[in-house]
Design a protein around this ligand. Structure first.
Ligand code: C2E
Ligand code: CA
Ligand code: CA
Length: 554
């Protein structure tokens, strides 16, 4: 009993029973409490004794359910379980979806890399021909993939000769065909380390490597010219394109600097090739570089010249072939260069053309010519007409007609000399509009340098010019050459049939003047009769001429 007491078995709240077996079924097995307790869903525990095992059973005296303690406990336990299980389930769910996201991400990344590679490819290649493009070449030049240590880079800059014509006549589809065929031909020439690239419009680059670049560059350039000269077929029609190429290669000098200079060098060589005729290859030289530097200086100076009014008008009288009276003067541009003195057009026309400023120059010279004409009139001089040279660029200027219509000019006092080499065919649509409008204003049209250009006589005559001026290269040999005289005669015949006067320029001797007069030429211009001169000199020239005539008359 003391053991029971001290163990607290006499609790007033709990009904406790102890048995000698785990699940008693007879009262004698229960030696403390009653057997019933075991059948009332008690809590049980066993106690190991030295001689056996007791089973203790206990339940609240009021029975289960009355005691909220367990219910609360159960509630909290469930809550706790929920708190533990829910995050685990949630984390599981998250882990799974994370796995899926990672998988998706990996896929996206793959696609992204592929798209990026595609973009990178597109940005370095030309869509039309599939060849590498300008960026590719620039990159190649900044990080040259030198195949072997001693290899030098060869760059060949290629420009198609008749691309514009083909684009104009065959349309853009025809132009595209030409570019694709060119790309194909160039790619066909390229060896394993070579690059054929399209760097813009109708311009291509061919890059190659060699330890001995000169012979290889020469051979390649010739091969390229030959290949691109071969006939193409567009819509079954034969088509000749042709190309000019400029060649440069890395030398000791170029090697220790950056290779971008090489592209400029090839460019300069190409410019030279174009200048000396189509279908040619030209090689870069140091002379070309210094010429380019010089022409760059001259170009800068020419821009200033226009702004600072350094251009001067000179005048060369033109004479009636029979009477030798002055019938007009041709205005010729001169540049009064601050250091080099008076320069003739052969020193600056190219520069003006390249700068796109011949139009501005012609406008300026026309102003000066008309200013002087007014002055001569006010001095009572008999200068019936002043001629100015008109570049294609000036003719095509949109404001030309508006400006001309504001001039207070009597009909026939101003004449435009149009170079026969102004590509009449190319400019046909513009000229078809401009020329009749110019004539409408009372300005005469004269075809200059007749017999040297490539325009067909028929297309020239369509404009019904007032005069044809035979080129001085045709006039010069007439003394010695009967065939050249016959040529002049037939030009005069054409003129007569169309009611067009004929002017001969480059009349260098009085013998020329006599022959030309006898052949039926109307107007003569040349050193034999008068050189180009300033307005002041012309005033003096006319005064002396008048005096002579008066004296002769007397
Ligand atoms: P061009 O229109 O054929 O002008 C005639 C050129 O022949 C002038 O050269 C003149 O000085 C030169 N000349 C005159 N008589 C003789 C002669 O008996 N023998 C020889 N050998 N030559 C003679 P210049 O002044 O050097 O002009 C050269 C070219 O420059 C002109 O050729 C013309 O095409 C162009 N030009 C001149 N002024 C202008 C201009 O204001 N605007 C434009 N766009 N071109 C101009
Ligand atoms: Ca002229
Ligand atoms: Ca001329």
């Amino acid at each position: 009993p003391r053991l029971y007491r001290e163990s607290g078995l006499g609790s007033t709240e709990l009904e406790i029973a102890i048995s000698t077996v785990p699940e008693p079924n007879a009262p004698q097995q229960v030696f403390f409490g009653s057997l019933e307790t075991f059948s009332k869903k008690p809590v049980e525990t066993s106690v190991d004794m030295v001689y056996g095992r007791w089973t203790l059973a206990a339940r609240p005296k009021q029975g289960w359910g009355q005691n909220s303690g367990i219910g609360i406990f159960e509630f909290y336990a469930s809550l706790l379980a929920l708190c533990v299980v829910a995050p685990i389930v949630w984390v599981g769910f998250l882990t799974k979806s994370r796995q899926q996201t990672i998988e998706k991400l990996r896929l996206h990344k793959k696609k992204l890399v592929r798209a990026q590679q595609r973009l990178e490819y597109l940005s370095l290649h030309d869509a039309l021909t599939g060849l590498p493009n300008r960026r590719f070449v620039d990159r190649m030049i900044s990080q040259p993939p030198r195949p072997a240590p001693g290899d030098c880079l060869i760059l060949i800059h290629i420009d198609l000769d008749r691309f514009k014509e083909i684009n104009d006549t065959k349309g853009h589809a025809g132009g595209d065909t030409v570019l694709q065929a060119t790309a194909f031909r160039l790619a066909d020439l390229a060896g394993p380390n070579d690059v054929a690239a399209r760097i813009g419009g109708d311009e291509f680059i061919f890059a190659s490597w060699s330890t001995n670049p000169e012979p290889k560059a020469n051979a390649l350039a010739q091969q390229i010219v030959d290949t691109l000269e071969q006939t193409l077929f567009i819509d079954g029609a034969e088509c000749l394109v042709g190309a000019s190429v400029g060649v440069a290669w890395e030398t000791e000098r170029a090697g220790d600097r950056d290779l971008s200079q090489l592209l400029l060098n090839a460019d300069l060589a190409l410019y030279e090739a174009k200048k000396t005729g189509r279908g040619r290859a030209a090689i870069f030289t140091e002379e070309l570089r210094s010429a380019a530097i010089h022409s760059k200086e001259l170009a800068d100076e020419f821009n200033h010249a226009l702004d600072r009014d350094e251009l001067v008008a000179f005048f060369q009288p033109q004479f009636n072939a029979n009477t030798l009276d002055i019938v007009g003067v041709e205005t010729l541009a001169r540049w009064d260069h601050p250091r080099k003195g008076l320069l003739a057009p052969d020193k600056f026309l190219d520069v003006a053309e390249r700068l796109g400023r011949t139009g501005d120059m012609d406008r300026l010279i026309l102003q000066k010519a008309l200013f002087e004409l007014t002055r001569w009139d006010s001095l009572g001089m008999q200068i019936p007409r002043v001629s100015v040279n008109m570049s294609a660029r000036r003719l095509a200027q949109p404001n030309l007609l508006a400006e001309l219509s504001e001039l207070p000019l009597a009909s026939g006092r101003l004449c435009f000399e149009l170079l026969e080499t102004i590509s009449f065919d190319e400019l046909q649509p513009v000229l078809n509009e401009i020329i009749p409008a110019v004539k409408e204003l009372g300005i005469e049209i004269e075809i200059d340098d007749f017999g040297t250009g490539h325009a067909s006589i028929v297309s020239l005559l369509r404009f019904e010019p007032r005069r044809l001026k035979i080129d001085r290269e045709i006039i010069k040999p007439i003394i010695a050459s009967p065939s050249q005289r016959r040529l002049v005669t037939s030009i005069i015949e054409i003129g007569r049939s169309q009611n067009i006067d004929i002017v001969a320029e480059g009349v260098e001797t009085m013998e020329h003047a006599k022959i030309l007069k006898d052949l039926g030429c109307h107007i003569l211009q040349g050193y034999a009769l008068a050189r180009p001169m300033t307005s002041e000199q012309l005033i003096e020239f006319c005064r002396i001429k008048d005096k002579g005539a008066t004296a002769a008359g007397r």
